[in-house]
Design a binder for this molecule. Sequence first.
Ligand SMILES: O=C(O)CCC(=O)C(=O)O
Length: 296
Amino acid sequence: MNSFVDSSNIRNDEDALRRQADSDGYLFIRNFVDKDAILQARRDIISVLREVGWIDDGDDPNETITSHAPHVSGEPEFSPVYDMVQCLESFHTLAHDKALVSVIGHLLGDDVLLQPSNIARFIFPTNLEQTTPAHQDFVHIQGTPDVWTAWLPLGDCPHSMGGLSVLSGSHKHGILPVSRSLGAGGLRAHFEKIGGEWVSSPFENGDILFFHSHTVHKGLPNLSGNRIRLSVDYRYQRASDPVMDLVLTPHQGRLSWEEIYKEWKSTEFQYHWEKYELTPVEKVPFQPVEESGQSQ
Ligand SMILES: O=C(O)CCC(=O)C(=O)O
C-alpha cells in the first residue's frame, strides 16, 4: 500500500493545507500533537485496562501486552470498561490540543466546535474479523458534511499494529450505499466502484491524520500478535452548522457529563460546547442494502 501524502512541510500554510485536504480528503502531519499529552492519555487508559486485566501487569506503564481474550465494543463486558475510559480527563483534554485545533480552524474557520462525544479505541490483536470496515463517518455522525475527524494512535503505531487507511479522493463521491458488517460502526461502505487508491503510513507518537466525513477509511488489522492498539478519534465542525444531537452526549450514551466530570481536576474543558448557540438535529437512519443490492 502506498504512503499517505505527508503534509508536514505545509503545516503552517493555511491555503496549502486547504488545497491538499480538498484534493485527497485527508491530511497527514508528522510530529504535530503534544507528545506528553498523548502519553498521559495512553498511560491513563492502560491503567484502566490493567485494572480490569485486559492488559498484562508489567513494569512498563506504556506497554499494552495482552494475554486476555479479545473484547469488542457492543459486548456487555466491554461497556463498563469503556465507561471508565470515558471518565478520563486526559483522554478528553487531548482533543483540545492547540496544534490540532489550529488545523481544523484552517479548514473550517473560527467557530470550531469539538463534538463532545470523543471516542477511544482499544483494538485487540486476536480478533481480526472485527477490524473496522471501510466506511464514511457521515453515516454515523450526520448533522453537516463539513465534519473533520482527527485520528491518532496513542503512541507509536507501526504497520504491524495496523492503524488507519484512507481511500484517497473518495470524499468527492457523495454518500455510498452501506451493508451490515462486523467491526466498529457495523456498516461497510460500497466503495468498489469509485476507484482511488488506499493509502496508509506507520505512525509515530505525535503524528496525526485528519479526514473529511465523506472520506472512505478503514482500520488495518492489528497483526502484532500480543499488543492492544490504543487510538482516539475526535470530530470537529462549525458551531454554526447543524449538529446531530447524539454527538453532544458522551459516546455510547450510558453516562451523563456529570458522571464523566466527577474526578476531573480542571473545569476548563467541561461543557465547552455550551458557549455556542447550537442547532441540534436528529439522526436519520441509513438503510443498509443486502450484498445482492436489495434493500432490507
Ligand atoms: O480506529 C479504528 O479502528 C477506526 C477509527 C475510525 O474509523 C474513525 O475514526 O472513524
